[in-house]
Design a protein around this ligand. Structure first.
Ligand code: MG
Ligand code: MG
Length: 256
């Protein structure tokens, strides 16, 4: 069931989303070669605490048998696609692309946003992957308008990514977001247009292309969380929580 948010709920949700944006600003200002991924987690926790927000991801359940997610951020480097756990022994190297996914919970609502940060000297091809991933999000949300269908967004993302010679992940997808971190509808990053629910004012959606440099095949690691590319090539992630309005979609997790 899709929850349409009223104006009051959107106001409440905007605060959680803004805090996610503040976390990304802090990551962007501080990330550098030699830091551990736990250092990034600590930055996220500091911003959440300062703003009286709770980490959305902590305690989320994964695949059966895996532990509840223990951290506020997911940090996935290079061939890691999503759900990398922060680790004090995992040091960021020159030329790494570092995907940081953050969720904040406040006023009973979640915000969710991910970005891939380029650290140090980045190869041209890695830079292009990160840019195409980001741009595919903006191609997708051109269709995030009242009356269009969910898969119009999905199709636009896939088409743009593949036109640029990369591949979208099929096993993981975007989602509705609100009182729950993951709500209906699911929003794949691929598919035929004209399918799925029609978009309505007050829908809040996390659109999140995950894009591989090589094959779309993935491996889920033994911890039940971390997902990596099967061929060891790079992967990039870009996500915002958006609001469907009568006009253009509003990016709730963008910096204000
Ligand atoms: Mg996310
Ligand atoms: Mg998400």
């Amino acid at each position: 069931m899709i929850y349409i948010k009223n104006e009051k709920e959107i106001k409440q949700m905007e605060e959680a989303c803004h805090i996610v944006a503040l976390c990304h600003i802090a990551i962007g200002e501080n990330i550098k070669v030699g830091m551990s991924t736990m250092d990034l987690e600590n930055i996220v926790m500091e911003v959440l605490k300062k703003n009286n927000a709770k980490p959305s991801f902590k305690g989320q359940l994964g695949f059966e048998g895996s532990m509840p997610y223990p951290y506020a951020s997911c940090i996935s480097i290079n061939d890691e696609i999503i759900h990398g756990m922060p680790d004090k022994n995992r040091i960021i190297q020159d030329g790494d692309i570092v995907s940081v996914d953050i969720g904040a919970y406040k006023n009973g609502f979640h915000g969710d946003s991910a970005k891939t940060y380029m650290v140090g000297n980045i190869s041209q091809e890695a830079r292009r992957l990160v840019k195409v991933t980001r741009d595919s999000f903006y191609e997708g949300i051109k269709y995030a308008k009242v009356g269009n269908r969910i898969s119009d967004i999905s199709h636009a993302i896939q088409e743009y990514v593949e036109k640029n010679g990369f591949n979208v992940i099929k096993e993981f997808q975007g989602h509705g977001v609100g009182r729950q971190l993951h709500e209906d509808p699911g929003i794949p990053n691929y598919g035929h247009p004209g399918r799925g629910n029609r978009l309505e004012v007050g829908m809040t959606l996390a659109i999140e292309p995950m894009v591989n440099q090589g094959t779309d095949e993935i491996i889920i690691m033994d911890d039940g969380w971390k997902v990596v590319t099967k061929d060891g090539k790079l992967s990039s992630h870009y996500e915002h929580t958006i609001l469907i309005t009568n006009n253009e979609p509003k990016l709730l997790t963008n910096r204000i």
